[in-house]
Design a protein around this ligand. Structure first.
Ligand code: UDP
Length: 234
């Protein structure tokens, strides 16, 4: 396997499946099955999950809500998603731990880096909930932060697009996909891979990011095996 320890970032929206809101149990089960495939082959898996399918602080603020209040609600949304994913992984026999950046000790461990690493070494899948624990950040930033902290080999950003393109492929049919691209080229060409904070953190710590389509069967497995799926930013 190309990667020994991965930090998989899943967006909250991906969990909606074909619905407009919430969590689609079918999609959840599919993701759990994909994760099992790589875990079985010895890859240590840590996961950060978003909350956009339930709540986003920015949308709350645009409707007159206090931004910070909204962001904490968004962080709690990621915990709900994390619990759902944890359940789906356990349903297929995987051992998991949920660690949260905000303390909710009745349902999850508080985030402790050393403990997280120990869980990974013991073959448990670790899900990090509540983002970074701070308002004004995103779960992409949480993913890179945790990835750097636990010494992940790579950030795997599973999305519905299959990589980084010269332009938005949903708007511009002439857009071309990059197989690989350097951090500097992403900046120079003004491409959108992750928000600036997340991107800078990854760049500064030389932690590569693979953007790939998580909704295609076996794609996660192929990425972990080193096949050229998606776009690698390095
Ligand atoms: N959030 C936050 N701090 C963090 C991570 C997330 O305040 O460190 C809040 C923020 O309001 C965000 C929401 O949680 O809109 C859901 O996370 P995100 O939008 O990153 O989820 P995704 O787009 O991946 O579903």
């Amino acid at each position: 396997m190309k990667y020994k320890r991965i930090l998989l970032k899943l967006s909250g929206e991906a969990l909606m499946g074909d619905n407009q809101y919430g969590i689609d149990p079918k999609r959840l089960a599919e993701y759990a099955a994909e994760i099992k495939k790589v875990h079985e082959l010895g890859v240590e898996v840590a996961i950060v999950i978003g909350g956009g399918n339930i709540f986003r602080g920015v949308s709350g603020a645009s409707n007159g809500m206090d931004r910070v209040q909204g962001d904490y609600m968004g962080m709690l949304a990621t915990v709900i998603n994390g619990m759902a994913l944890q359940g789906a992984l356990e349903d297929i026999g995987l051992l998991t731990r949920l660690q949260t950046a905000l303390k909710i000790e009745a349902i999850a461990e508080p985030y402790i880096k050393r403990r997280a690493v120990r869980h990974l070494e013991k073959n448990r899948i670790v899900i990090f909930g509540a983002g970074t624990g701070n308002p004004y950040f995103t779960t992409d930033t949480a993913a890179v932060l945790r990835g750097v902290e636990i010494n992940a080999d790579v950030i795997l950003k599973g999305t519905r697009v299959d990589g980084v393109y010269t332009a938005d492929p949903e708007k511009d049919p002439s857009a071309v996909k990059f197989e690989t691209i350097t951090f500097s080229d992403v900046l120079q060409k003004n491409l959108n891979v992750m928000d600036t904070t997340a991107f800078t953190l990854s760049h500064e710590n030389k932690l590569p990011i693979v953007v790939f389509d998580m909704n295609k069967e076996d794609n996660l497995l192929k990425v972990c095996k080193g096949e050229s799926i998606g776009t690698t930013v390095y």
